[in-house]
Write a protein that binds this ligand. Structure first.
Ligand code: FAD
Length: 387
C-alpha cells in the first residue's frame, strides 16, 4: 500500500512540474483535442509539449508494456494516474482510435513484430487511425459486409465501400474488415491494416445535423494490401473485430461521464433554471444517476482487470453511458433556456451547447445502437429467448 502511496506522490509531483497550465483547462471544442498523426497541427505549444512529455514517459498509454511505448503501470497504478490527472483537470495528452480500439486488439492478436511497430507509433501519436467496419448495407448486421479482398499471392487487392468512417479524411491508416472468403459468413472476414495514402483509397465527407462533418464515405478501388498487414488469422477477423468492439463500447460509454469533475447541478449557471422545482429535481436525479454510473464503471473495470468481467458488460455500459449522456445534454438545453439554442455567437461559444446536444443523438448509434445493445443484454445476461 505504501508503494502505491509513494507512486501517487511521484505522479503528483511529475504532473505538477510537467502539465502546462493551459492543459489543465477543460476541453472547449474539437480543436482542443490532440489527435496526433502525420498531418496533425497542434493548436498550441502547450498542447504539443504536453503530448510529447507524456509520450516520452509512456503516459499516453500508461498500462501498456514499456516495450510497446507504454509506462508498464499495473491496474492500480493506472487508476492512480487517472485520478491524479482528474484532480488537476489535466486533459488527455492524446486521443486516438489507436489507443482506444486498435491497440488493445493488437496487444491480444498482433504478432510481436506488429506490436513493436504499430503500438509504438500509436503511443507516440505518430499515426492517426480510422475504423473501416460499417458499409451501406451492413451496420447492425455487420457480418454481412461485402468489401472484398482478392488473394493475389503475396497481397490482396481490395475493392468496396465503407460508410460513417469517422475522420477518414484525416486519418493516416485504417483498420478494416474485409471479406476474404465469400463462402463463409462469419469465418470469411479478415482484419487488415493499410495506409489511407495507398493508391485507390478515397474519402467523401458526410455533413451531420450538428453542422460538423466528422465522418466520411470511404471507397476502395483496387487497393493493394501486403499479406503481412493482416491482424490475427486469415478469415478469423471477426474474432478481432468483436474484441475491438468491446473496447470501443467501453470507450463510448465513458460519455456517461464517469470522470467529469463537476456535477450538472453545480454547472448550471442560469439562476432562473434552479428556481424551477421540477428542473431542479431532474438535475439532482441526474447527478445521482451519474454517480451510480461512475461507481458501476469502476466496478466493471476492476472486474475486467482481474479477468472476471462478463463478456456482455461493455454492451450494458455502452447502453447506460450513452443514454445518460443524451439525458445530460437534454438537461443542459432545458436549463439554458432559449439562449442555449443560439448557434453562432461568441457568447454561446459558437453554439457549443446546441451542437453538443445534437451530437449526443449519435452516441446511441455509433459503436452499435442502443436496441442492439439491449438485444445482447437480453440474450447474454438475462438469458431471454429469441433476441
Ligand atoms: C457518429 C458516428 C460515428 C461512427 N463512426 C464509425 C466509424 O468510424 N467506423 C465505422 O465502421 N462505423 C461508424 N459508425 C457507424 C455505426 O457503427 C453504425 O451506424 C451502427 O452500427 C448502426 O448501423 P446502421 O447505421 O447501418 O443502422 P441499421 O443497422 O440499419 O439500424 C437502423 C435501425 O434499426 C435498428 N435495428 C437494426 N437491427 C436491429 C435488431 N436486430 N433489433 C432491433 N433493432 C435493430 C437499429 O437499432 C436502428 O435504430 C458511426 C456512426 C455514428 C453515428
Amino acid at each position: 500500500m505504501s508503494d502505491l502511496k509513494n507512486f501517487r506522490e511521484e505522479i503528483r509531483d511529475w504532473l505538477e512540474s510537467n502539465c502546462p497550465p493551459e492543459m489543465r483547462q477543460p476541453v472547449k471544442d474539437e480543436d482542443d483535442v490532440c489527435w496526433g498523426g502525420r498531418n496533425f497541427q497542434f493548436k498550441s505549444e502547450a498542447q504539443k509539449t504536453w503530448m510529447e512529455r507524456c509520450a516520452a514517459k509512456g503516459y499516453t498509454v500508461p498500462d501498456w508494456p514499456n516495450a510497446y511505448g507504454g509506462a508498464g503501470m499495473s491496474a492500480a497504478e493506472a487508476k492512480i494516474w487517472r485520478e491524479e490527472c482528474a484532480r488537476i483537470g489535466a486533459r488527455p495528452p492524446l486521443s486516438s482510435f489507436g489507443i482506444w480500439m486498435l491497440g488493445p486488439a493488437l496487444l491480444k492478436f498482433g504478432t510481436e513484430e506488429q506490436k513493436i511497430h504499430y503500438l509504438g507509433q500509436i503511443a507516440r501519436g505518430e499515426i492517426r487511425w480510422c475504423q473501416g467496419y460499417s458499409e451501406p448495407g451492413s451496420g447492425s448486421d455487420l457480418v454481412s459486409l461485402q468489401t472484398f479482398g482478392e488473394d493475389k499471392g503475396d497481397h490482396w487487392v481490395v475493392n468496396g465501400q465503407k460508410i460513417w468512417t469517422s475522420y477518414a479524411d484525416k486519418a493516416d491508416w485504417i483498420f478494416c474488415l474485409v471479406r476474404t472468403d465469400k463462402t463463409n459468413k462469419y469465418q470469411g472476414i479478415s482484419f487488415l491494416l493499410f495506409d489511407m495514402a495507398s493508391p485507390g483509397v478515397s474519402t467523401k465527407p458526410i455533413l451531420l445535423i450538428s453542422g460538423n462533418s466528422p465522418f466520411c464515405e470511404t471507397f476502395f478501388d483496387n487497393v493493394t494490401v501486403p499479406k503481412e498487414q493482416i491482424v490475427g488469422e486469415l478469415n478469423r477477423g471477426w474474432d478481432v473485430a468483436k474484441y475491438l468492439l468491446g473496447h470501443e463500447r467501453e470507450m463510448i460509454s465513458s460519455t456517461g461521464g464517469g470522470d467529469r469533475a463537476a456535477s450538472l447541478g453545480s454547472a448550471v449557471s442560469r439562476a432562473a433554471a434552479l428556481e424551477d422545482p421540477v428542473l431542479r429535481a431532474e438535475l439532482a436525479l441526474f447527478d445521482v444517476d451519474a454517480l451510480a454510473f461512475t461507481a458501476m464503471s469502476e466496478k466493471f473495470m476492476d472486474e475486467v482487470k482481474v479477468g472476471k468481467g462478463h463478456p456482455a458488460q461493455p454492451n450494458m455500459m455502452k447502453y447506460a453511458g450513452t443514454e445518460l449522456n443524451k439525458r445530460r445534454l437534454e438537461l443542459v438545453m432545458a436549463a439554458g433556456g432559449s439562449a442555449a439554442l443560439e448557434w453562432e455567437s461568441e457568447a454561446s461559444n459558437g453554439g457549443s451547447s446546441a451542437r453538443n446536444w445534437l451530437r449526443t443523438k449519435a452516441n446511441s448509434i455509433e459503436g452499435g445502437t442502443s436496441e442492439v445493445m439491449l438485444n445482447v443484454v437480453a440474450k447474454r445476461i438475462l438469458d431471454l429467448p429469441g433476441a
